[in-house]
Design a protein around this ligand. Structure first.
Ligand code: GLY
Length: 260
């Protein structure tokens, strides 16, 4: 009997340089290897996104862009088709916010914010890191993300330094369920781009609903693009039981990898 088809898509954010797809390739490679080792999909997708957080060419983790006050404040979220969801917002001084979001998914909570999210990360054993001393090489790029399917379960994860130059306290789509990401029995969706527009459009949930109606991922992607003005960046990764699609109305480094 043939094995299950495994698949992962990863992106470096709307506006990222297509030439940086070596970074998204590495994220896909790790995610695929983890699924091949039967790692749960939520852990596999979060560890893939951590690779992107560690790549300063992308606006997340160590590459996060600074806010108006010079601080680095990050949001991250993850979800799987068993309805586990975890998120952090406005977290500071943590190298891999996606791992903290994954920790929240295992807790009684779904979203922790600000200094209390940092305190939770410390309790989980994460070290304090001064990210303001690390130079971001991600001008004008957005959230990183990935979606996976192991032939049984789906998962998605997102991480961002937010919109560079925005005021402290501003939170975009990433930690808001159904806005930046949504996952269920029909598939997984993650978005990148202008957070306020992604949120107003309930982008991930409405895209996911199309998958539930049997609409193919590529058609769902093109329909979702139509919800955005030309001036608003949007990128999406989508997996359903019918296939997958990825793209952006801007440049976007992204990769796809399959295996069994
Ligand atoms: N899309 C990420 C943000 O706007 O914060």
């Amino acid at each position: 009997m043939p094995g299950k088809q495994l698949i992962i898509l990863a992106h470096g954010g709307a506006g990222s340089d297509n030439a940086h797809s070596d970074g998204t390739d590495r994220a896909c490679q790790l995610g695929l290897e983890l699924m091949q080792a039967r790692t749960p999909v939520l852990e596999a997708v979060c560890r893939a996104v951590a690779i992107l957080e560690d790549d300063s060419r992308f606006n997340a983790g160590t590459g996060s862009r600074k806010r108006t006050d010079g601080s680095v404040r990050m949001d991250a979220a993850c979800m799987d088709s068993r309805r586990r969801f975890g998120a952090v917002s406005e977290i500071q001084h943590i190298k891999n916010p996606i791992h903290v979001a994954c920790g929240v998914a295992d807790s009684e909570y779904q979203l922790l914010t600000g200094e209390d999210a940092h305190q939770y990360a410390v309790e989980l054993g994460f070290k304090k890191v001064d990210l303001t001393r690390i130079e971001s090489h991600a001008p004008g790029t957005d959230t990183v993300g990935a979606v996976v399917f192991d032939g049984d379960q789906f998962a998605a994860a997102l991480s961002t330094g937010g919109t560079g130059g925005s005021r402290p306290g501003r939170v975009g789509d990433v930690p808001l369920i159904g806005c930046g990401l949504y996952v269920g029995e029909h598939g997984a969706v993650c978005a990148t781009g202008h957070g306020e527009s992604i949120t107003l459009n309930l982008t991930a949930y409405r895209t996911y609903e199309m998958l539930g109606q049997g609409i193919a991922p590529q058609e769902a992607l093109e329909t979702a693009y139509g919800w955005f003005e030309d001036s608003q960046d949007i990128g999406l990764l989508i997996i359903s039981r019918q296939g997958n699609a990825g793209g952006s109305n801007r440049n976007m480094a992204w990769s796809i990898l399959t295996g069994d």
